[in-house]
Design a protein around this ligand. Structure first.
Ligand SMILES: [Zn+2]
Length: 424
């Protein structure tokens, strides 16, 4: 796809930043391991902080371990514009997930500074602490922190070496006694923007470099346990069996069919984990637990599928002489992007002569936490083969630059009320 206008942002500098950050916690040729609140993480934060200051931003690390670079606005009474993502990674992760959102935000704001543009509201570029949730098995820590959404017991969560989050935070100089002061008062964040890799194959399939996110779909997480009767695999006749694994297999396959019924809908359903008891080759499975992950942008459709899953469990259980229980582990509603922000992003892309397909986000992002306190908008950059959370994760320099340019133009419109001058 050819862009009509030249880029205002500095693609070379952005590429260098991405490349340099990828050297910190580097694994293999292209991978990154920068787990939250580790020495690699602080090294990454210090590097980004150095770049923020070079760009003219005033930096600080808050009590939740978030790195914030601030550019003052002309009207201190206006709610701020926050732009960012995260720089922590999965243990066997890639260099683009999160990083392009922080470095892209920095590039966009640095570009404003270099053009002598003073925003009306203050802009904060933020690298949120522990988005991934890999180390302490619960993510979005920094973004839930500043929006007052942390839960009981979070500081006592331990990593696999027995280190508590409280201790890991202390190693960063972060103290829970300062949490309350680091929460943003209601209304103080006007809007939030995030640039992120898609982590899915949709844009690539559409041959689009960037996409406009319409919302983050709400995951429903269930654990289903089906119980039958064990017996010797060699002696119990087929008609007398109560095989929990066969019953589960029927449910899992029928559930997949159900979710696929409307190929135009963004609905996705996954059974990703299965536990079989007693898990022996010559014993009829007595008890099987499996997880269900169901996501959709429309609650009505998702609720309908959930109800049908329950009917399915009833039918299969009576057919095979099984009992079942269902526990709900997570139930989030979809969070929609603000139409006003989507329209600014859309018009920024139109000025550049590009069409941004609209798509939902299946994965969570820091934007999910922010969605409860302010309007938010998200821009996706095409991912090669839809791969992420793996060293082979890849987005091209051109695609990232294009996404960053859309981000820059959106920020500029929001903070000046004027469309940017055409370059060249
Ligand atoms: Zn991410």
């Amino acid at each position: 796809m050819q862009t009509i206008t030249e880029l205002s942002i500095n693609q070379l500098r952005l590429d260098e930043h991405i490349e340099q950050l990828a050297q910190i916690g580097k694994i293999g040729d292209t991978g990154v391991c920068r787990l939250a609140l580790t020495p690699e993480d602080i090294e990454g934060i210090n590097q980004v902080r150095f770049w923020m200051e070079k760009a003219g931003l005033v930096t600080r690390m808050d009590a939740f371990g978030n790195l914030i670079g601030r550019l003052e606005g002309t009207d201190s009474a206006k709610p701020i514009l926050m732009v960012g993502s995260h720089i922590d990674s999965q243990p066997y992760g890639g260099r683009y997930d999160g990083a392009i959102g922080v470095l892209g935000a920095l590039e966009a704001v640095q570009c404003l500074v270099e053009q002598g543009i003073q925003p009306r509201m203050a802009i904060e570029v933020i690298a949120f602490c522990d988005e991934e949730g890999s180390r302490f098995n619960k993510g979005l820590f920094g973004s839930r922190g500043i929006t007052n959404q942390l839960e009981e017991g979070e500081l006592e969560r331990q990593d696999k070496n027995g280190v508590k989050r409280r201790e890991a935070l202390a190693s960063f100089g972060c103290s829970p006694s300062e949490f309350a002061a680091a929460v943003y008062p209601p209304g103080s964040i006007g809007s939030y923007l995030e640039l992120h890799i898609e982590q899915g194959p949709v844009l690539e399939a559409m041959d689009a470099q960037v996409g406009l996110v319409t919302g983050i779909s709400g995951p429903l997480w269930l654990t289903v346990t089906m119980k039958g009767m064990a017996g010797h695999a060699g002696s119990v006749p087929m008609v007398m069996r109560h095989d929990a694994l066969v019953g589960s297999a029927k449910v899992i396959a029928a559930f997949d069919d159900m979710v696929r019924e409307d190929p135009g809908a963004p609905t996705v359903g996954t059974v990703g984990s299965l536990r079989v008891f007693p898990d022996s080759r010559n014993i009829i499975p007595e008890e099987v637990s499996f997880t269900v992950d169901l996501r959709d942008m429309e609650m009505e459709r998702r609720n309908g599928l959930e109800a049908r899953l329950m009917t399915l469990l009833d039918e299969v259980s009576s057919q095979y002489g099984l009992t079942y229980t269902v526990t709900e582990d997570t139930n989030s509603e979809p969070r929609y992007c603000a139409e006003s922000m989507m329209s600014i992003i859309r018009s920024s892309a139109e000025e550049m002569g590009i069409v941004m397909p609209e798509l939902m986000s299946g994965p969570f992002h820091d934007a999910l936490a922010l969605s409860y306190v302010c309007d938010y908008g998200m821009i996706f950059v095409r991912s090669k083969d839809g791969i992420s959370h793996h060293p082979s994760e890849y987005s091209s320099s051109e695609d990232i630059a294009l996404g960053t340019e859309v981000l820059y133009r959106t920020i500029r419109k929001m903070c000046t009320g004027n469309p940017p001058k055409e370059a060249g």
